[in-house]
Design a protein. Structure first.
Length: 630
C-alpha cells in the first residue's frame, strides 16, 4: 500500500466549548470562594444600630471614624477602641445626613467597592454570550463541512504516493523472476516511452496481476512504481462502490483525471474483482447497478486514454474467473502476469530478504527451512521469520538461531504446542504407535516423501504429527506415488489395530485425505479401473490453483458413480492391508521405537533411521534429561 500524503490534523471542535465552560466555572468558583480580607472579617463583627443613632453619635463626636462602604455605614467608638457599630442607609448622601461639618473631628470616609465586583458580576453573562456566539459559529461550520463532504462524495479516495515516497524496488521482491522480467518492460515503458512510440509500439494500458493470496501482488506493483520513479495511486476495488448509484463512476472519473495530470504514473486497483465481476448477473453475486456503472466507467476510461499520457493501470486479483470479459480483452488489460507460489529456490531468496532487518546467528540454514515450507506463499514466509524473531526475544537472546526458525515453522503450519493439554498414559501410547505407524510405512514405501520428524507433542487440533518433506519441488505425481501416499496415511490406523486390536477416532483426518486422493485418481487423473477409462468425471466450477473451493456438477451416470465408489473402496482396502503387512513384519522395531518416543516425545529422522535399520542400539533416556520440544 502506498504511503498517503500527510494531511493537516483536524482540531476537535468541542475543545472550544470545553474551554469556555472551564473558564466560566473557574471564575465562578473564584468569586464564591475568594478569601475575605482582614478588615472584612473585622466589619463582620460590628453591632447593628439605627442610622439615626450613628447620626446622633456623630453630632456628639462619640465616633473616631465613620466609614461608608457601599450601602452600609460603620462607626468606630472613641471610648471603646476597635468596637464597631453598623447601620444601613437608604440612599442618603453625606450632606443629607449632616456629616460634612468641618468643625467635627470625626473622620468620615467613603469606600465604593461596587466597581471592584463589577467584573465578577458581568463575567457569567459575558461567558454565556461568548458561548452562544461559539455555538452558532460551530453550527454554521458543521453545515459548511457537511456541504463540502457532499460535494466531495464523488471524489477519488485513492492514496497517492509520489516518486520519493515509493522506496520499494525489485531487489526487495524475491522469488518472482519471471514476473519481474515481464514487468521490467513496463518500467522501461514509463522511463522511455518515446523509444517504443517511435517504432510504432503502443504502451500497454493495463497489467493484471493474478495470484493466490499472499504471493506479493501489491508488493510487486509498488516495486514497479519505485523502479520507474513515478507517482503511485493505490485504491481497493471496494472503495469505488457506495450505496448511492453513480458515486463509484464519479470516483473513477476523478481518479483517472488526477492520474492524467500526474503522468507518467501508475494506478493500482487492489482486489479488482470487487468491482470488475461479470455484468448482468452472469457471474457470482448477481447484478448490481452501482458496481456495473463503476465497471462501465473503468472500461470507458481505459478505452479513452490518449496516446502519450503514460498512465498504466495495474490491478490484482485472486479470482480471475469472475472478471468481466470486456475488462480482460486487449486494449484494456493487455497483459496478465501470473504469480505462482514460490518454489524451493524462491523460498530461500524470500527468507533471505526477510532476514535483512533481523539479527541472525551465523550459520543459519535457511534452505532447510525452505524445504519445510512447501506450498507456503511469501506472506507466510514473512510471518515465519517474524515468529522466529518473537521466539528469540522471548528467550532474551541476542539473535535468531535455527531452533527459533524450526519452532516458528511448526507454529505457523500446524499450531502452537499445547502444553496444557494433558493426555492419559494410554492416550499417549496410542498416539505414539499411531505416529510411528505413519513413519514406518512411509519409510518403507519407495515413492513416499522422506521422513523428517515424529512428535507426540499436541499442536493445534492434532495429538501428534509425523512430517514427510519432499527433497525438491515436484510438479507431477505418478500413480505409484499416490498409492504410497495412501498407504502411509493408513499406517497410523493399521498400527492401532495391530497393537490394541482396537481402533480410535484419531485416524479420521487420515481416512478423509486417503479417500480424497483415491477419488481424484478415479475422477480427475484417469488412474481408476479399466472400466472407468481415460475420462474425467464431474465438472468443476472455479479455479483450484487460486485457493477456491470449486463446486462439482455431476455429469456421469449412476453406473459410473458405483464404479468410482468401488475403485475408491478397493484402493483403500488394498493399501490398508499393505500397511498392516509392513507393520506386522517390523513389529519388534515398532515396539522399540515406541518406548523411545514416549520418553523423548520428539524423534528426528536420524534417530529413527539409526534404530529402525539397526545401526544403533536403542537406549532409553534418563528421566533427568530434557527430552520434550519446547
Amino acid at each position: 500500500m502506498a504511503t498517503p500524503l500527510r494531511q493537516p490534523p483536524r482540531r476537535p471542535q468541542w475543545l472550544f466549548t470545553a474551554f469556555l465552560l472551564c473558564l466560566l466555572l473557574f471564575f465562578a468558583v473564584l468569586n464564591i470562594t475568594a478569601p475575605q480580607r482582614a478588615d472584612d472579617r473585622k466589619f463582620s463583627d460590628a453591632k447593628e444600630v439605627s442610622l439615626s443613632e450613628i447620626t446622633r453619635g456623630y453630632d456628639a463626636e462619640e465616633y473616631a471614624e465613620i466609614i461608608v462602604r457601599d450601602n452600609t455605614v460603620y462607626a468606630t467608638l472613641r471610648s471603646d477602641t476597635g468596637s464597631l457599630v453598623q447601620a444601613y442607609k437608604a440612599g442618603e448622601s453625606i450632606a443629607d445626613l449632616g456629616w460634612n461639618d468641618s468643625d467635627n473631628d470625626t473622620v468620615v470616609s467613603i469606600e465604593n467597592r461596587e466597581s471592584t465586583h463589577m467584573f465578577y458580576a458581568i463575567l457569567p453573562d459575558l461567558l454565556f454570550f461568548l458561548l452562544i456566539i461559539g455555538g452558532i459559529f460551530w453550527l454554521f461550520r458543521g453545515i459548511a463541512r457537511s456541504q463540502s463532504t457532499a460535494l466531495s462524495f464523488g471524489k477519488s479516495r485513492a492514496r497517492i504516493a509520489d516518486a520519493r515516497q515509493v522506496r520499494t524496488r525489485f531487489k526487495d521482491v524475491a522469488g518472482m523472476d519471471e514476473a519481474k522480467e515481464e514487468l521490467e518492460e513496463v518500467v522501461d515503458f514509463l522511463k522511455n516511452p518515446k523509444k517504443y512510440m517511435n517504432i510504432g509500439a503502443k504502451i500497454p494500458k493495463g497489467v493484471l496481476l493474478v495470484g493466490a493470496p499472499g504471493t506479493g501482488k501489491t508488493l510487486l506493483a509498488r516495486a514497479v512504481a519505485g523502479e520507474a520513479g513515478v507517482p503511485f495511486f493505490s485504491i481497493a476495488g471496494s472503495e469505488f462502490v457506495e450505496m448511492f448509484v453513480g458515486v463509484g463512476a464519479s470516483r473513477v472519473r476523478d481518479l483517472f483525471a488526477k492520474a492524467k495530470r500526474n503522468s507518467p504514473c501508475i494506478i493500482f486497483i487492489d482486489e479488482i474483482d470487487a468491482v470488475g465481476r461479470q455484468r448482468g448477473g452472469a457471474g457470482f453475486g448477481g447484478g448490481h447497478d452501482e458496481r456495473e456503472q463503476t465497471l462501465n466507467q473503468i472500461l470507458t476510461e481505459m478505452d479513452g486514454f490518449e496516446q502519450g499520457t503514460n498512465v498504466i493501470v495495474m490491478a490484482a486479483t485472486n479470482r480471475p474467473d469472475v472478471l468481466d470479459r470486456a475488462l480482460m480483452r486487449p486494449g484494456r488489460f493487455d497483459r496478465s502476469v501470473f504469480i505462482d507460489k514460490p518454489d524451493l529456490e524462491a523460498r530461500v531468496k524470500i527468507l533471505e530478504v526477510h532476514t535483512r532487518n533481523k539479527k541472525i546467528a551465523k550459520g543459519l540454514n535457511l534452505r532447510d527451512i525452505a524445504k519445510q515450507t512447501v506450498g507456503l506463499a511469501g506472506a507466510d514466509l514473512e510471518n515465519i521469520m517474524n515468529e522466529a524473531a518473537i521466539n528469540a526475544a522471548k528467550r532474551k537472546a541476542k539473535n535468531i538461531v535455527q531452533k527459533d526458525l524450526v519452532e516458528a515453522v511448526e507454529k505457523v503450519t500446524i499450531g502452537m504446542a499445547k502444553k496444557s493439554r494433558k493426555l492419559t498414559q494410554k492416550e499417549k501410547e496410542i498416539t505414539a504407535y499411531h505416529e510411528l505407524g505413519h513413519a514406518i510405512v512411509g519409510h518403507l514405501c519407495p515413492e513416499s516423501d522422506p521422513l523428517h520428524k515424529i512428535s507426540i507433542v499436541s499442536r493445534g487440533a492434532a495429538l501428534g504429527v509425523t512430517w514427510f518433506l519432499p527433497e525438491e519441488d515436484t510438479f507431477t505425481t505418478s500413480k505409484t506415488k499416490f498409492l504410497d501416499e495412501i498407504c502411509g496415511l493408513l499406517g497410523g490406523r493399521a498400527a492401532e489395530e495391530l497393537i490394541y486390536n482396537e481402533i480410535t477416532t484419531g485416524a479420521s483426518n487420515d481416512i478423509e485425505k486417503a479417500s480424497q486422493i483415491a477419488r481424484d485418481m478415479a475422477m480427475r487423473y484417469g488412474m481408476g479401473s479399466h472400466d472407468l477409462g481415460l475420462v474425467a468425471y464431474g465438472e468443476r466450477q472455479g479455479t483450484v490453483f487460486l485457493g477456491a473451493d470449486p463446486s462439482m456438477n455431476r455429469n456421469y451416470s449412476e453406473e459410473k458413480a458405483q464404479q468410482i465408489d468401488a475403485f475408491v473402496e478397493n484402493t483403500i482396502s488394498e493399501q490398508y492391508t499393505r500397511a498392516l503387512e509392513m507393520l506386522r513384519k517390523h513389529r519388534a522395531k515398532l515396539d522399540e521405537l515406541a518406548v523411545i518416543l514416549l520418553k523423548k516425545e520428539t524423534m528426528t529422522v536420524e534417530e529413527f533411521t539409526e534404530i529402525f535399520e539397526g545401526k544403533k542400539k536403542a537406549s532409553v533416556p534418563k528421566e533427568s534429561e530434557e527430552t520434550a520440544v519446547e
